[in-house]
Design a protein around this ligand. Structure first.
Ligand code: SF4
Ligand code: SF4
Length: 393
């Protein structure tokens, strides 16, 4: 593609994303670069990306690979004084150009291809999506048979297929089972919700997934969706309404908080010092800070300690925005990955358990424990796993 055409495609795309007209209001203050966990490892911070695109140097940005170093942590967007949608528009639209040029990092290209072909990034058969339900000691109802339920539980791809994340899915399903919640899953009919594809610049794939998923939702009767996947939650509340989806969607931290009175009656005692990681798309992007903390504090015997960087200033795990598929690429560019810094922060405040609330966090942090030598000293658990442990103790 010639530069002129690239710029035209770019401006056309950001023109479709609400708030992108603020692109011209960038005052080059540098807050974004100063806030970015990859600010030191890139030639083009968001400030410099904007400057370069304005100057027609879009090829230089793409050739640097800077567009792939963003984990969509949303810190720059939240802090930008001109409220430019850097995370939702400026960077994904550059990524789209990179995809059109055919030069995205290999791991990411493979993941996107798998989502398009199989409906999940794992290259797994959709028929295996509910395999985890055979590994639990209670029945998990499937919508195709049940037809209606109060809660539709969306497991998402990591929650359905990833070896470690499946444990979170099983734990949260068991919590709902113990609470007597009327829930069901889509099983083989579920496919990727698509937030990571959107943030990776695959806008067409995201639209296709959203339309197909909404058609499946419309086949059944339910009152709300609950999901433990922070990106699925984000897409369902922020993006799917653009395609006509109107059902209430709760993140599992909100759902646990809503059921806290009943949970408190059932909790046994644990003996942990616990800290909580505010996942980007639970905390900073969607403002859920208190609910998970209230749930953790309500567990008898748990001592809750805070890390230094919390709430809107929390450090990202590095998995968002396609980062979970870009590990080798990211390792080439920075000395210490954000997940490694984060587990060190958790250990520094004396925590035995780092509690998370996004399925991507657990594998990212468990890998970081190995790299930093903190394995055995610090454990990583999703909040659903902690709650289930308290219910079963
Ligand atoms: S923080 Fe916003 S206004 Fe400041 S340089 Fe970055 S994009 Fe521009
Ligand atoms: S979203 Fe996060 S990782 Fe991406 S450019 Fe902004 S601060 Fe950096």
């Amino acid at each position: 593609m010639e530069v002129e055409e690239m710029l035209e495609t770019y401006y056309e795309r950001i023109g479709e994303i609400p708030g992108s007209e603020k692109f011209i209001q960038c005052i080059q203050c540098g807050t974004c670069g100063g806030s970015c966990p990859y600010g030191m490892g890139t030639l083009f911070t968001p400030r410099r990306m904007i400057l370069a695109v304005r100057a027609g140097m879009v090829k230089e940005v793409l050739d640097s690979g800077a567009q792939w170093l963003c984990t969509s942590c949303f810190t720059c967007s939240l802090r930008c004084p001109s409220q430019i949608p850097i995370t939702d528009a400026i960077i994904p639209a550059l990524r789209e150009l990179s995809l059109l040029e055919g030069n995205p990092p290999e791991e990411l290209a493979a993941a996107l291809m798998n989502i398009a072909r199989y409906g999940n990034s794992f290259r797994e058969s959709p028929r295996k999506r509910d395999k985890w339900t055979k590994e639990v000691d209670f029945e998990v109802p499937v919508m195709a048979k049940k037809k209606s339920a109060d809660v539709l539980f969306i497991t998402e791809c990591f929650g359905a297929y990833h070896r470690r994340c499946k444990e979170i899915t099983k734990a949260f399903a068991k919590v709902m089972h113990l609470l007597g919640v009327d829930f069901a899953i889509l099983g083989n009919e579920e496919r990727c919700i698509g937030d990571l594809a959107r943030l990776s610049g695959e806008f067409g794939l995201f639209e296709d997934l959203a339309e197909k998923n909404i058609r499946v939702f419309e086949k059944y009767e339910f009152n709300k969706i609950v999901t433990h996947d922070a990106h699925a939650y984000n897409a369902l509340i922020r993006e799917y309404p653009k395609f006509g989806f109107e059902k209430e969607t709760l993140h599992h931290t909100q759902f646990l908080y809503q059921n806290l009175a009943k949970l408190k009656e059932m909790f046994g005692k644990l003996d942990y010092t616990v800290t909580y990681h505010d996942s980007c798309y639970v905390g900073r992007r969607n403002g859920i800070y208190e609910e998970p903390r209230e749930v953790i504090r309500a567990i008898p015997g748990v001592k809750f300690v805070e890390m230094k960087r919390i709430r809107e200033n929390a450090l990202c795990c590095g998995g968002g925005g396609g980062g979970v598929w870009l590990d080798s690429f990211i390792k080439e560019h920075i000395k210490e990955r954000p997940a490694e810094s984060r587990v060190k922060e958790a250990a520094a405040v004396g925590a035995d358990v780092l509690v998370t609330a996004c399925t991507l966090d657990v594998p990212m942090f468990e890998d970081a424990l190995k790299v930093t030598g903190l394995e055995g000293e610090l454990e990583v658990k999703d909040i659903a796993e902690l709650v289930l442990e308290a219910l079963e103790s």
